[in-house]
Design a protein around this ligand. Structure first.
Ligand code: OAA
Ligand code: MG
Length: 220
């Protein structure tokens, strides 16, 4: 077996665990209640898309939204990880987009159904390069931004998260064993909006990383 490198974690087929409504200003803009416990959902590893490939609007959606998020890459697995030890399990970070078919999610929400078709489709998880832990010494205080065709749409700070990264690692690992190469998407700040075919998205974590993606429509 060839040695695996965490800097290519997206090739490992590991879990993508997403946190919803972790910023009060985003919960409010979609008229959702502020959660008192983390809201979680999953994306499959087939959702990953890397720079150079396009984000595809699913055939069944006419309202695809961007959500810029800080991703936490697990470096050491564990079950029931105490909050005090949580950061020892982090290998690094990635800038991520939680692409969301908002029209499909709205229908799911109104029927009380899971969000899988709205959140887990192919290319629903664009990611940056791997960012080693040392390059973000305080992940609880970094700025995330996103532009659509050079217009700033999202600009938030991870200090606004309702549930901190250590708390999330501890909470999730209580009932889902975390493995090396898993990714946790920590939720999006306000400013989510629709993207169209041919749009150019650019996103960044302050001066640490930037990434660009083009939007295309899934072919008929
Ligand atoms: O779809 C939503 O609004 C929930 C979510 O993923 C987030 O808050 O990041
Ligand atoms: Mg999200």
């Amino acid at each position: 077996m060839t040695a695996r490198n965490i800097s290519q974690f997206w090739e490992w087929g590991r879990k993508i665990i997403c946190v919803g409504r972790n910023y009060a200003d985003h919960a409010k803009e979609l008229k959702n209640a502020i959660p008192t416990e983390p809201i979680l959902f999953l994306k499959p590893p087939s959702a990953y898309v890397r720079e150079g490939s396009s984000i595809l609007v699913p055939r069944y959606s006419n309202n695809l939204h961007h959500e810029v998020e800080l991703g936490v890459v697990i470096g050491k697995g564990g079950t029931a990880i105490p909050e005090s030890a949580a950061m020892e399990h982090v290998a690094g970070y990635a800038l991520c987009l939680d692409m969301t078919a908002r029209d499909v999610q709205d229908v799911c929400k109104s029927k009380g159904l899971p969000w899988t078709r709205a959140k887990a489709f192919n290319t629903s998880c664009p990611i940056s390069e791997f960012i080693p832990k040392e390059r973000i010494p305080d992940p609880g205080n970094v700025t995330l931004w996103l532009k659509v065709n050079d217009q700033l749409r999202q600009n938030g700070c991870t200090s606004q998260m309702i549930f901190s990264i250590p708390y999330l690692i501890s909470y999730i690992s209580e009932f889902i064993t975390l493995e090396e190469g898993d990714l946790i998407l920590t939720g999006t700040p306000k400013g989510v909006s629709a993207v169209q075919e041919h749009d150019q998205l650019q996103a960044g974590i302050q001066d640490v990383v930037t990434m660009s993606f083009r939007v295309d429509r899934q072919e008929k």
